[in-house]
Design a protein around this ligand. Structure first.
Ligand code: IMP
Length: 427
């Protein structure tokens, strides 16, 4: 199996960073294909916690090539800081590759994201305010600037001036905000570009050559299925394609080159940002999960909304990404509860809904239909094999497999690499 896509099967924050790090041990290359520094991937190596926003989670293995693909929107300042952060911690970054086609996320994108959210008031999306939406909007409107533009500074400055003239008008006239100086933005972008120039390349070529050579490539999705701009809970979504198909576009590989899709799902559901959430627990149990799971955003520190596992969502993720294997994370977090609930369908009016609806109004009317299983003891974190899992936890996992018709390949019972139980020898 040479090319594997890792996708989030819920609303993001499923623990993809940990699973990517675990699978990266046997891979040669790890590729980010969408999103930007709205992502926050936490990886724990030998007790030390690292948080990454742009650089792929494979970076902790010095010999692996880590790629920021063309589908990522790249905030150069953040990349600069992330490189410093990793170097400070003694993590080597010379195996990084950055796509020459990736779009730049510039300071005015951040500002526009902030003022747009403010303007929307109670109708806000609840974005990370990192400028992701405005950067992708410019890409689609064909006024974006790309990494390759920085190879020719005079031409870069010309394109920037044209883009900025429009942005400054919007900022000043619509929002009453100060505009930006093109020279300041260009100088900073040129400075970081000079630093990353050795990494900049046609990454689609690099990835395809690696696959041709029989190397193992992991595509690391950011965010999750329900945040996909086409298939997610629109408009409460991000502006890219976290689903597996996004890997083809965002990395420049054909669908025929992908061998396998692994869906990462938490054993409960969380969401940051606004929008309907059928299994949300606005009670003590929700608060208990949030505290025990330390469910606060890696990027923004916002408390995550918590609720029971929703298998309507996971089934939808399996369908839309062609997930062949599931990785279940945070099984340890639910340890200690008497009973654990799993939503297997929704009730809406007199009917039963088994497929995730498009309309958010419909979703808001959906009441979860739960199956209840016995809980398991608190201390799963010391287990070293699947066979050691208590019967009740195994029944929980069987229910997931039955209702999603998808095999579970990995179960995570803690934050460390070693706290991962493999159920299949294909990894
Ligand atoms: P944006 O990606 O910053 O535009 O935010 C759009 C929506 O996606 C908001 O609901 C965010 O909270 C959510 N979002 C973006 N990135 C992540 C992530 O990495 N994990 C979870 N939610 C995210």
């Amino acid at each position: 199996m040479s090319a594997t896509v890792i996708v989030g099967a819920q609303w993001g924050d499923e623990g993809k960073g940990k699973i990517t790090d675990y699978l990266a041990e046997k891979a040669d290359m790890v590729v980010r294909y969408q999103g930007g520094n709205n992502a926050g991937h936490t990886v724990v190596v030998k007790g030390h916690e690292y948080k990454l926003h742009l650089i792929p989670s494979g970076i902790f293995y010095p010999e692996k090539v880590c790629v920021i693909g063309n589908g990522v929107v790249l905030d150069l300042e953040v990349l600069d800081h992330e490189l410093d952060y990793l170097l400070d911690q003694g993590v080597k970054t010379f195996n990084l590759k950055v796509s020459d086609r990736a779009h730049l996320l510039l300071p005015y994108h951040r500002r526009l994201d902030e003022v747009d959210e403010e303007r929307k008031g109670k109708n806000r999306i609840g974005t990370t305010r990192r400028g992701i939406g405005p950067a992708y909007a410019d890409k689609a409107a064909r006024v974006g600037l790309r990494v390759c533009d920085l190879a020719d500074p005079p031409s870069f400055r010309e394109k920037l001036a044209a883009a900025l003239a429009e942005k400054n008008r919007i900022l000043e006239r619509v929002y009453g905000q100060p505009g930006f100086e093109a020279d300041e933005i260009a100088r900073e972008a040129e400075r970081v570009y000079a630093r990353i120039r050795p990494f900049v390349t046609d990454t689609s070529l690099v990835i395809n050559q690696a696959i041709d050579a029989g190397q193992k490539v992991l595509f690391e999705g950011a965010q999750g299925t329900l945040l996909d701009i086409d298939l997610g809970t629109y408009p409460y979504v991000t502006s890219s394609h976290p689903i597996a198909g996004g890997a083809c576009i965002g990395a420049g590989v054909g669908p025929t080159r992908i061998d396998r899709v692994v869906g990462v799902m938490k054993s409960y559901t969380t969401r940051v940002g606004d929008g309907p959430f059928p299994t949300e627990l606005s009670d003590d149990t929700g608060e208990w999960i949030r505290r025990r799971g330390a469910e606060y955003g890696t990027t923004t520190g916002r408390p995550r909304r918590c609720g029971w596992l929703d298998l309507v969502i996971v089934r939808y993720a399996v369908r839309t990404s062609g997930i062949g294997l599931l990785a279940v994370t945070r099984l340890d977090t639910l340890g200690g509860l008497d009973k654990v609930k799993v939503c297997t369908a929704y009730r809406r009016g007199n009917g039963t809904v088994t497929e995730f609806p498009a309309s958010l109004d419909e979703l808001a009317e959906c009441e979860p239909i739960y199956e209840e299983v016995d809980g398991w003891p608190e201390d799963l974190d010391r287990l070293t094999s699947f066979e050691q899992l208590p019967q009740s936890a195994r029944r929980y996992l069987s229910l997931v497999e039955d209702k999603t018709r998808t095999k579970i390949g990995l179960v995570s019972v803690g934050r460390e690499r070693t706290q991962t139980l493999a159920l299949t020898t294909t990894f």
